[in-house]
Ligand binder design. Structure first.
Ligand code: PMP
Length: 445
């Protein structure tokens, strides 16, 4: 493959954009390919190379790069009639009504402009509603570029995970291991009265894809209720992807007090949202005392795209298709891994998938996790499924990024370059695409 044009665009970008990119995950080594256009399940780069895309914009593109007709025409008409006003419009009400009808926890919803803005607002809301300051998060969880959640360490020894954040922010945040009943109990015993919320992804989607073990989300529900804290699910990735229109909370049957959304809910345009019980959501200004505001919030083009996106999913076989192909891909990769890299692990559910490069692991680790086991204790390899961030901490990140990711890319398969970030199957992917992908996995692994 020739990458001359991408290389020269990157050179130009480096002099005017820090690191040459506007979001750090895009800075793939030695330089990123610059995309010229999308085409169904593919992207075409500035040198004319075509890639089968599983990054899918890091999650929003449920339909791939072609918008279904109703989405395209709604986007075009709203763009040409505005594009925005600083006054409310009907389409944001329709979108809010749709989400409230389908997602168990949502009675009301406030739309914002990114997943980060959603989690920032949700944390402020939880603090305002409870009058408490501390929040509990999961080690290896991700909630965007926000001060309260960019932390690392153990309960009692927590620090900001990036420069630029005062130590005092980290003092209010308690990171605990996902799926660990014992630690969350201890944290609530010690700080229960001061905890505003437990904020967690129902599935860790930025850390290898770690599924909740049986009973864990239920336990979080119980322990928060018992102590008067809120349970906040960050469904920025899982929302309208895992569990269909009911989201992961519907799939797992656990209803949080507050849910954050992003990605799919905006149909490919910048978006975030905070939903939940009316009693809590009405604490947001102007109905309540917790300030929340945004020039672009509820942008008509985004609202139209998101609403039509979800309506299309309600009326077509979208989730059947993406989940069936997701399962086919996970099973296919599992067979290859068993044969060629038996200490690696295939993870995921619905249309999310990843192969984690862990060697080592438990001493008797001799096979991949059975694809689709969804952390069921009856899976023969249940013990070897990652349960928290520490289980995948020794993954071969360099081998993934420098060898595997590059080799797949050179074969025309675009995966997420970070070893721990999820990948996605879209409605535009076909059975033939899956077979082509499995051939590439077989060669490269
Ligand atoms: N929460 C989760 C679970 C995410 O995966 C992300 C982004 N990948 C965010 C929040 C932040 O969203 P955004 O990048 O739109 O700010």
């Amino acid at each position: 493959m020739n990458h001359d044009e991408s290389r020269s665009l990157y050179d130009r970008a480096l002099s005017v954009i820090p690191g040459g990119v506007n979001s750090s995950v895009r800075a793939t080594r030695p330089y990123p390919f610059f995309v010229e256009r999308g085409d169904g399940a593919h992207v075409v780069d500035a040198d004319g190379n075509r890639y089968l895309d599983y990054a899918m914009g890091y999650g929003p593109l449920l339909y791939g790069h072609d918008m279904p007709d109703p989405v395209r025409s709604a986007v075009q008409s709203h763009a040409s009639e505005g594009p925005m006003y600083g006054a409310p419009t009907e389409v944001e009400v329709e979108h809010a009504e749709f989400v409230a009808r389908h997602v168990p926890s949502v009675e009301m919803i406030r739309f914002v402009n990114s997943g980060t803005e959603a989690t920032v607002s949700a944390v402020r809301l939880a603090r305002g509603y409870t009058g408490r300051d501390k929040i509990v998060v999961m080690q290896g969880g991700y909630h965007g570029a926000q001060e309260s959640t960019l932390v690392e360490g153990e309960p009692g020894d927590v620090h900001p995970s990036t420069s630029g954040i005062p130590e005092s922010f980290a003092e209010q945040t308690i990171p605990v291991p996902f799926n660990d009943f014992e630690t969350i109990n201890q944290v609530f015993e010690a700080h229960g009265e001061d905890i505003a919320a437990v904020l967690t992804e129902p599935i860790l989607g930025n850390n290898g894809i770690v599924l909740p073990v049986d009973g864990y989300l239920e336990h979080l529900r119980d322990v928060t209720e018992e102590h008067g804290s809120l349970l906040v699910f960050d469904e920025v990735i899982t929302g309208f992807r895992v569990g269909g229109l009911q989201c992961a909370q519907g799939k797992f049957g656990v209803t949080p007090d507050v849910t954050t959304f992003g990605k799919i809910i905006g149909g490919g345009f910048p978006v975030g949202a905070v939903g939940g019980k009316s009693e809590i959501l009405e604490q947001f200004s102007p109905s309540g005392p917790v300030f929340q505001s945004g020039t672009f919030s509820g942008h008509p083009v985004t609202m139209a795209a998101g609403y039509e996106y979800l309506k299309f999913a309600a009326e077509n076989d979208v989730y059947e298709h993406v989940n069936r192909l997701g399962e086919k891909l996970r099973r296919g990769i599992t067979d290859i891994v068993e044969d060629q890299a038996p200490s690696y692990t295939v993870v995921g559910t619905d249309s999310m998938f990843k192969t984690i490069f862990t060697r080592g692991g438990p001493p008797d680790l001799d096979g991949a996790c059975e694809a689709g086991c969804e952390q069921r204790p009856d899976c023969p390899r249940y013990e070897h499924c990652p349960k928290d961030a520490s289980d995948i901490a020794d993954a071969e990140t360099e081998r993934w990024e420098r060898i595997f990711w590059q080799e797949m890319k050179e074969r025309g398969i675009f995966l997420t370059a970070n070893q721990f970030e999820s990948q996605f199957v879209s409605y535009a992917h076909t059975d033939e695409d899956i077979e082509e992908t499995l051939e590439a996995y077989k060669e490269v692994l």
